[in-house]
Design a binder for this molecule. Sequence first.
Ligand code: DGY
Length: 314
Amino acid sequence: MPPAVVMGDGLPPLFLELLGPDVEVVPWTTEPSSADARRIVALITYGHPRVDGPLLDRFPNLKVVTNHGVGVDHIDVAACAARRIPVGNTPGCLDASTADMTFALLLAVARNVVVGDHFARGPEFTHYDPAMWIGSEVSGSTLGIVGLGRIGRQVAQRARGFDMRILYHNRHRDTAAERELGVVWCSLDELLAQGDFVSLHCPLTPQTTGLIGQPQLRRMKPSAFLINMARGPVVQTEALLVALRERWIAGAGLDVTDPEPLPRNHPLLGLDNLVIAPHLGSASNRTRRRMIEMSIENLWAGLTTGQLSWSVQP
Ligand code: DGY
């Protein structure tokens, strides 16, 4: 049998190794020649390339779109469904690593880990000064989780270890989580007003795009921190810039930004009350391997039965 031809960009060596010789990977293009387009039977979306109706229509023999990652806001899932092309993703396997990273950013910004690191390496650090780099205590503080899905729940579990009071906001109350994790539902306004840390874990949808703007940031305490582990456009970048500059809030930890990456001269990057990571939520060895394995399992399911192990509905 000739290898299955799939389109995907930047796949790391482990991905190619696990795909094996039965798959030929061709580079991502939105303008394939018609001969190439006919050969391609699957798209592997690695690193969030955009998939929409016009792109899908270029590939007459496409059987599946398999996404490396859980969020599919870069894929027009309805357009795929309209063409009977299943979309797969990798839910569950990345919850723990993303929750770990949430706490990495939260602790880093609250306890001055990054600015402290720079200072500790520089010439100005000449003696221990108890008045230096005093941060905010995480233990015993109030955490507001926006989006108590699988990742949000794992964040809540970790927060319990820090004796935090945990508020959450979801469209629907999760009474099981309230029982199991001791989390308390409240309105977004209430969560913003009460949280010492506000952590975003919602998917990017029309409803969550721009969810955190000037009025929401104004509602937060001046001592509070915003953590964005969701998607950049959930937070209005210009509003956040003003809020951090003018100290409406104490600081922010961002794993994602809008745009991503920010232009290298963006003023946010000059602020020392911001800790920023290059979209590392799920970036641990074990999780990334599992994401690859699940993407490949979905690929083969799409090429054979059409019934994906993990599929996304429009
Ligand atoms: C996800 O899983 O959605 C992460 O952002 C990586 O794509």
